[in-house]
Design a protein around this ligand. Structure first.
Ligand code: MRU
Length: 354
């Protein structure tokens, strides 16, 4: 059986989003945090796809890793009959779970290539499990490398406070985190004064997940309503806004959690720098610009109510795009495990990613 990805962690993080057992995948149900820590056990690809759709697991890298484990589970439980059709169907179902984070399609493409090279089911079971664990381990390694690269970019302004949006931590990745990994590293190096965490309406990834993760690790965090971001940038010692990404296109445009674009505008106005931290599995060099990114819209109930409690008149029309696109011109640095692209544009992106 493949090694456990957690065993390769060079830094100990108290939080993980998923646990792989070879014949099942456990997901920490992020819908219930911070009040309840409940693990769901999945034994098939359709359950994993549903968990991604319902946001039991979320965050671009974690979605990709979970989908990879979903393909491995499809092979493990294929049984007698047309095992190749079962795995192909699993890949299709997983690909239909959420549209924006390209990590999902990147991971499924990698798993599909491994599958197509297998000649029998035993080989597919072993190789797909190994490939999924490898994707998980590589994501952890990428997170640690990104923190190093980001630190060299930020060091001249340190110590400092930062502002972040959504959740980009261990819960959203293979562990450690992208933007939150950078923030962890700043804290480890005693270069962080404080993190301001946008609550991130409507799903509240900031208040329910980021504040929870940071508080668990003793990292100084102040939670703020999204609308307070401008006042914070105007008044506090925030030098960088640091966020993750769901898809970065060939010209450096970035799709990320709704509200990221407005933060980038605010940061530029206030002379605060804006950093996007994401592994290269989030970079879609096949897409020319952010205009092509499919933006997921979720149900109006996410805005109209919270855990069944109405916050608005019943049935009021809601516009609920859950991602937006920040143009490259508002971004000071895109940091991946391959290095940092400063003032990203088509040319500088091509230099690092082609
Ligand atoms: O809808 P979500 O919670 O999956 O959205 C998550 C984000 O937008 C994150 O910022 C992004 O996926 C990067 S996570 C390292």
């Amino acid at each position: 059986m493949a090694r456990s990805p957690e065993s390769t962690m060079s830094r100990s993080i108290g939080t993980v989003a998923m646990r792989w057992h070879g014949d099942s995948l456990e997901l920490l149900d992020q819908r219930l945090l911070p009040t309840e820590e409940h693990w769901m056990t999945l034994e098939g690809a359709s359950g994993v796809a549903q968990s991604i759709r319902d946001m039991v697991v979320r965050g671009a890298p974690a979605i990709g890793i979970s989908a990879a484990y979903g393909v491995a589970l499809a092979a493990r439980h294929a049984g007698a009959g047309d095992w190749q059709a079962v795995i192909r169907q699993a890949i299709e179902v997983l690909a239909a779970s959420r549209p924006t984070a390209v990590n999902l399609f990147w991971a499924l493409q990698k798993m599909g290539a491994v599958f197509e090279a297998c000649t029998d089911l035993d080989e597919a079971v072993a190789k797909l499990a190994d490939a999924a664990v490898q994707i998980h381990q590589d994501d952890l390694a990428a997170n640690l490398a990104m923190a190093d690269h980001a630190l060299s970019v930020m060091a001249p302004e340190a110590p400092m406070s930062v502002l972040t949006h959504c959740n980009t931590g261990a819960l959203a990745t293979g562990g450690y985190g992208t933007a939150l990994g950078v923030i962890r590293r700043l804290h480890e190096e005693s270069l962080l004064n404080r993190v301001y965490a946008d609550e991130t309406r409507p799903w509240l990834q900031g208040s329910r997940l980021t504040a929870w993760e940071l508080a668990r690790d003793g990292i100084p965090v102040t939670l703020n309503a999204d609308g307070a971001a401008a006042a914070i940038l105007a008044q506090k010692d925030v030098r960088w806004v640091v966020v993750g990404a769901d898809r970065i296109t060939a010209n450096g445009d970035v799709a990320n959690k709704i509200g990221t674009y407005s933060l980038a505008v605010l940061a530029r106005y206030h002379g605060v720098r804006f950093m996007v931290v994401a592994p290269s599995s989030t970079v879609d060099m096949g897409m020319a610009s952010g205009a092509g990114i499919p933006i997921e819209e979720r149900e109006g109930t996410e805005v109209r109510e919270i855990r069944g409690i109405p916050l608005a008149p019943t049935g009021v029309e809601v516009f609920n795009p859950v991602f937006d696109v920040t143009p490259a011109s508002l971004i000071d640095a895109i940091v991946t495990e391959k290095g940092a692209v400063l003032n990203p544009d088509a040319e500088s992106m091509k230099a690092l990613f082609s």
